[in-house]
Ligand binder design. Structure first.
Ligand code: BDR
Ligand code: CA
Length: 324
């Protein structure tokens, strides 16, 4: 089992990623840290607890993180994820468990001062990570792997022609993390996550395999389906964050290259990831950019865990099922 901390902004695809990680036999989720992103941070915390309740894992500590980006005013993605961040599904929190008293960045700082056996999967704006780094620039050298869902190389943006939401929401945090984190950044950006479309076909398939899970998935993805149809004429929805978890578990799922990456913090291309693949700037690579993915394999891994079904059955069914 690999130990991980999941930093997130739940969010529809974040809750899918959290459930996937919590139920994966390969991962031990040691903590969840929450940041303002898709929704204000207090709603993100509520949604994290809803997943823990659903998975019967209220033992996992939750830390409240930044409520604002480092410099830029906060803009949520409630147009995409609904006012509650869960597609206005009306799912209520049942437990009264409180988050930890330490802030997310304090926790991250203290934890990695000694732990050398834990990785980070960052699924939201990088504000909590940047705050931990601001307090100590050597922070992060003990992180075993740092996988972030964010940015984009060749694919267009989802917040502007060139910027992806997580880095657009807090570009200063993303820039700082890329400039100073003393371990390699594995960038799972829109180039690969756009290929992960949870289609009506797949949703229908989940009904055959696990009706309870289907009802939940249908409830939380309906709003997201409508949003994708309205803005991109896609039937279904792109589920970005679970891919970062799947790639963490199985690095063979995505392929890419190492490069220096900078994040734009001002102007019309604010939040853009500038990937210097051809080494114009002659700077040491600070990231691995993933740009190809085996989407069928992703769904095989993800559905096996989420639906609690045999991998061989899912794999063989997916051969016959049109994914798109
Ligand atoms: C990212 O932004 C959020 O809306 C999603 O949760 C994902 O982390 C995609 O751009
Ligand atoms: Ca997210």
């Amino acid at each position: 089992m690999q130990k991980v901390i999941i930093d997130c902004d739940p969010g529809i695809d974040d809750v899918l990623a959290l459930e996937y990680a919590l139920r994966s036999p390969e991962l031990e989720v040691v903590a969840i840290t929450v940041v303002a992103g898709n929704v204000p941070v207090h709603l993100g915390v509520d949604n994290a607890f809803k997943v823990l309740e659903r998975c019967n894992r209220l033992d996992v500590p939750v830390y409240v993180g930044a409520s604002q980006p480092l410099k830029k005013p906060f803009v949520s993605a409630q147009d995409t994820h609904g006012e509650d961040g869960l597609g206005e599904s009306g799912i209520a929190r049942r437990s009264t468990v409180s988050p930890q008293s330490q802030t997310a960045s304090e926790f991250l700082q203290e934890y990695f001062a000694t732990a050398k056996d834990t990785g980070v999967i960052a699924l939201g704006p990088l504000t909590n990570i940047a705050l931990a780094l601001t307090k100590d620039s050597r922070w992060g050298q003990n992180i075993t792997r740092f996988v972030t869902m964010g940015g984009t190389y060749k694919s267009h943006g989802n917040c502007s022609p060139v910027a992806e939401f997580n880095y657009w929401c807090d570009p200063d945090a993303a820039a700082l993390v890329y400039q100073t984190l003393p371990c390699q950044i594995e960038m799972v950006g829109l180039d690969v996550t756009r290929k992960i479309v949870f289609t009506p076909n797949i949703l229908e398939y989940t009904k055959r395999m696990n009706p309870e899970c289907f009802a939940y998935l249908q409830k939380i993805t309906r709003f997201y389906f409508d949003f994708h149809w309205q803005y991109e004429h896609i039937l279904g929805c792109v589920i970005n964050d679970p891919l970062a978890v799947a790639y963490y578990i199985d690095p063979g799922l995505c392929q890419g290259f190492e490069s220096y990456v900078a994040v734009e913090t001002e102007g019309i291309s604010i939040g853009q990831t500038l990937v210097d693949r051809y080494d114009f700037w002659q700077k040491k690579a600070n990231a691995k950019i993933l740009d190809t993915v085996d989407s069928r394999k992703f769904f095989e891994l993800f559905l096996t865990v989420i639906l609690n079904a045999p991998e061989a059955t899912i794999a063989s069914d997916l051969q016959n099922l049109r994914l798109g």
